[in-house]
Design a protein around this ligand. Structure first.
Ligand SMILES: [Zn+2]
Ligand SMILES: [Zn+2]
Length: 141
C-alpha cells in the first residue's frame, strides 16, 4: 500500500530548504501553472495536495500579492526564488509549494494550466481549502 512521499529541495541560493511530505505518489502531483498577468510576468509552477505538509526552513523572505491580494507569493529575500504561495484559511496558513525548488530530482505529473481569475474570491478560497496543504515555518497569524 502506498504510504508517503518525501521530497526535498531548496531555493537557488540555498538559504531556504523545503521538506515536503505528501500521502500521494510524486508522479501524481501535477504542477499548476497560473495564467494570470502576474504569473505570466513571474512564471512559476506550484504543487499541492490537502495531505501535504510543507516545511520551510531558512532565512528571510519577502512576499508580494497580486490582483485581489488574497494569496501571498513568498520569495527568498536573497535570490528572489518563489518558495510557496499561501493564504490564511480559518487562521491556518495553507499553501502550495513552488515545484522549481526541487530541480530535476523528481518526476512530477503533467503540468496543468489554471485560470483562477475565472472564480470569485470566495470560490477561490473554498478551492484552496480543498487543494492546498499546510505551509509551515514561514509566517504565523
Ligand atoms: Zn534563495
Ligand atoms: Zn496567477
Amino acid at each position: 500500500m502506498f504510504k508517503q512521499s518525501i521530497i526535498q529541495g531548496s531555493c537557488g541560493c540555498g538559504q531556504w530548504q523545503v521538506n515536503v511530505r505528501v500521502d500521494r505518489p510524486i508522479d501524481d502531483l501535477n504542477p499548476r501553472i497560473c495564467d494570470c498577468d502576474y504569473c505570466r510576468a513571474y512564471p512559476s509552477a506550484i504543487i499541492s495536495d490537502p495531505s501535504m505538509e510543507i516545511d520551510l526552513t531558512g532565512g528571510e523572505f519577502t512576499f508580494d500579492q497580486n490582483g485581489d491580494r488574497l494569496a501571498k507569493f513568498y520569495r527568498c529575500k536573497s535570490c528572489g526564488d518563489l518558495l510557496a504561495v499561501g493564504c490564511f484559511i480559518e487562521d491556518v496558513l495553507r499553501g502550495a509549494v513552488s515545484s522549481s525548488l526541487f530541480g530535476e530530482n523528481y518526476r512530477f505529473g503533467e503540468p496543468l494550466h489554471i485560470q483562477p481569475w475565472l472564480l470569485s474570491s470566495k470560490e477561490r478560497l473554498k478551492r484552496w481549502g480543498k487543494l492546498w496543504g499546510m505551509l509551515n515555518g514561514i509566517e504565523k497569524t
